[in-house]
Write a protein of this length. Structure first.
Length: 150
């Protein structure tokens, strides 16, 4: 039936959209305006819809971030386990930035997120694609030093 084709095509495009945005972000570190436009053109979608999708999901970033994106879980399980606040405080102190900021050298961006799928091993943080669990503050310092190339 001709009436169902446009919907299926639209569903196909929407199902490809997240992957396309993920690939574009991996290439540029964040989703630039040009990248969003290019994805919209390739999928023949409205650029506003693509941009709204990019800003809806927390895994996508439309602003530049540091070379290392540090995400600390402040979800309920981690909060109850009691490690998240201490970890965030420690990182803010060590990096001299607040949550949502990037260090002046462009090396680190600090974010808080609601879950890293490491609920039983708080405190946890992810640095780019690497997950660290059951962290001590000494381990955090070692990780930062290693990333700085010390
Ligand atoms: S609530 Fe912290 S990892 Fe899930």
């Amino acid at each position: 039936m001709a009436g169902t084709e446009p919907d299926r095509s639209r569903d196909d495009k929407r199902s490809m959209l997240l992957t396309a945005l993920y690939v574009a972000q991996a290439q540029h570190g964040h989703l630039t305006h040009q990248a969003v436009q290019r994805v919209a053109e390739r999928l023949d979608m409205d650029v506003t819809e693509v941009f709204q999708t990019a800003t809806f999901y927390s895994m996508f970033r439309t602003e530049p971030v540091g070379r290392y994106l540090i995400q600390v879980c402040e979800g309920l399980s981690c909060h109850l386990a009691g490690g998240a606040e201490k970890l965030l405080e420690h990182l803010q102190k060590r990096l001299h930035i607040k949550v949502g900021e990037t260090t002046r050298d462009g090396l680190f961006t600090l974010e808080s997120v609601q879950c890293l799928a490491a609920c039983g091993s708080s405190p946890a943080m992810r640095v780019n694609d690497t997950l660290y669990e059951n962290l001590t503050m000494d381990q955090v310092d070692d990780i930062l030093d290693e990333l700085r190339g010390a």
